[in-house]
Design a protein around this ligand. Structure first.
Ligand code: NAD
Length: 485
């Protein structure tokens, strides 16, 4: 065990914090050392059944609460999360690996998302459709019912806040299965909700064997909606189960965002902002700028700036002062980086900097920049989810070739374009096949705007008005005057 204080990991079921009663235990690892931070016992089948009962039993009363009461509880939970930001960020950084400053921003963003949903829950309006005099044709939003939610390890606070905030504001109860690799952050968010007065059973947290828990939740007759943030592979598995059991789905899946950089930009400024975005969270970001198509006139300068930025990064444990990039979250990502690098070298890419794991304990990989990367290289085709920047070039002025190559993928989460030309910005953002396009920005995620992908990157949205609607169904009520004589 490491010397830092780390919270006890428990399940939250029916308003009680309990140890799981499953046979297996699991270690939460510090990715900066590979050492154990904490051990917890898995939820058993009986524990998950109890969570399902609790979410079912508490659903009618929660659905009947006023939007104003839900607003108050969520606002209070967000406020409590802000008050605990220092400890929550420390534990997030310890279990996930990202620098403390990034962890603190994530906690802040999570409180902002909960606030957004709190406010938006009071504006879940229906509509009245014009009809014959004396009649009312109404479209009435209702909570969709109990939700099963699954979250990943890369943003363990914001992904959890989006699901809890959306479901609870809409009047749904929820069973959350957070990532077993980063459970302390989910525990912190649920503690804030419980302390803010959330009634027992309305939100539950289970941790354990993911495939077994997800099957049990989705096969039960209680759950009405599945919300997953995770990989395309798990999205497919849960998607099949959802179809079989008539469940509504929101799927926030992987991305491999193309970045088109035209030759009219300020190369220094654009390379700088792209490098900051790409190496944030050691590249483990679903909507991060991922594969770079840079006009050949500025490609060398762009690659040089990126390389200089990568060289200047201070890599270390997330909780060390003044570091810019932490370790990868787990050993799987390190192995994936090595495979991508083997393939990139074989395919003729030029390694400008990095490309290897760091010779120290933990899961560290060097900030890496590649140029002359062929489109066929794996790092251009697959979600890298790590600190590798692959740069390719295009030569036509209007970028048609780059747009075609950018769209030649199964992914469709984010895409980015950098240009000073309004016409290029408009044409390119119209032509890119993605759920979200950043024009001269690397930020795609805000509490106020819908976040979501297309194609294999998923469907549905979180945040924005759409994020609340995702937890509501519409009932049409056709009401006429009473019938007489
Ligand atoms: P993952 O798909 O392995 O796991 C996601 C969650 O699903 C975890 O809680 C996991 O335990 C659970 N799960 C449920 N059923 C499962 C089953 N049958 N088998 C395995 N896990 C199951 O994803 P991950 O590795 O935790 O996260 C990384 C992925 O998440 C990346 O692909 C990334 O792009 C994606 N992601 C997407 C977004 C988005 O908003 N689109 C945001 C963050 C991460």
């Amino acid at each position: 065990m490491t010397s830092h204080s780390f919270p006890t990991i428990r399940q939250f079921i029916g308003g009680e914090w309990t140890d799981g009663t499953g046979a297996a235990t699991e270690a939460v690892l510090d990715p900066a050392s590979g050492k154990t931070l904490s051990m917890f016992r898995h939820a058993s089948e009986a524990d998950v059944a109890t969570a399902l009962e609790a979410t079912d039993r508490s659903a009618p009363a929660w659905r009947a609460t006023t939007p104003d009461l839900r607003y108050r509880i969520l606002r209070e939970a967000a406020s409590l999360l802000r008050q605990r930001a220092a400890s929550a960020a420390l534990h997030l950084s310890l279990e996930q690996g990202k620098p403390l400053t990034e962890a603190a921003s994530e906690i802040q963003a999570s409180a902002d998302v909960i606030d957004w949903y709190a406010e938006e829950g009071r504006r879940a309006y229906g509509r009245i459709v014009p009809g014959r005099a004396g009649s009312r044709l109404m479209v009435v939003p209702e909570p969709i019912g109990p939700v099963a939610a699954f979250t990943p390890w890369n943003f363990p606070a914001t992904t959890v806040a989006r699901k809890l905030g959306g479901a609870l504001a809409a009047g749904c109860t929820i069973v959350l299965k957070a990532s077993e690799e980063t459970p302390a952050t989910a525990v912190a968010v649920l503690e804030c909700l419980a302390q803010a007065g959330l009634p027992p059973g309305v939100a539950n947290l289970v941790l354990g064997q993911p495939a077994r828990i997800s099957e049990q939740l989705l096969r039960s007759s209680v759950i009405r909606k599945v919300s997953l943030t995770g990989s395309i592979a798990v999205g497919r598995t849960l998607g099949h189960l959802a179809v079989d059991h008539h469940l509504v789905t929101t799927m926030e899946l992987g991305g491999n965002a193309p970045v088109l950089v035209f030759n009219d930009v300020d190369v220094d400024a654009v390379a700088r902002i792209c490098a900051i975005a790409k190496f944030r969270n050691a590249g483990q970001v679903c909507n991060v700028p991922s594969r770079f198509y840079v006009h050949e006139g500025i490609a060398e300068a762009f690659a040089e700036r990126m390389t200089a930025h990568a060289r200047a990064l201070r890599v270390g444990a997330g909780i060390e002062p003044d570091i810019d990039m932490g370790p990868l979250c787990n050993e799987r990502r390190l192995l994936a980086m090595e495979q991508l690098m083997d393939d990139a070298r074989r395919s003729g890419a030029r390694v400008r900097i990095g490309g290897r794991r760091l010779d120290r304990p933990g899961f560290f990989f060097e900030p890496t920049v590649l140029s002359d990367v062929p489109d066929a290289a794996l790092v251009m085709r697959e979600e890298a989810f790590g600190p590798i920047v692959p740069i390719a070039t295009f030569s036509d002025v209007d970028g048609a070739d780059a747009i075609r190559r950018a769209n030649d993928t199964a992914y469709g989460l984010g895409a980015f374009v950098f240009t000073e030309s309004l016409a290029r910005a408009t044409d390119t953002s119209d032509a890119l096949e993605a759920g979200m396009v950043g024009v001269n920005t690397v930020v795609l995620s805000r509490a106020e705007t819908p976040f979501g992908g297309i194609k294999a990157s998923g469907h549905g949205h979180e945040s924005g008005i759409e994020g609340l609607e995702a937890y509501m169904r519409k009932k049409t009520i056709l009401q006429h005057a009473p019938l007489r004589g």
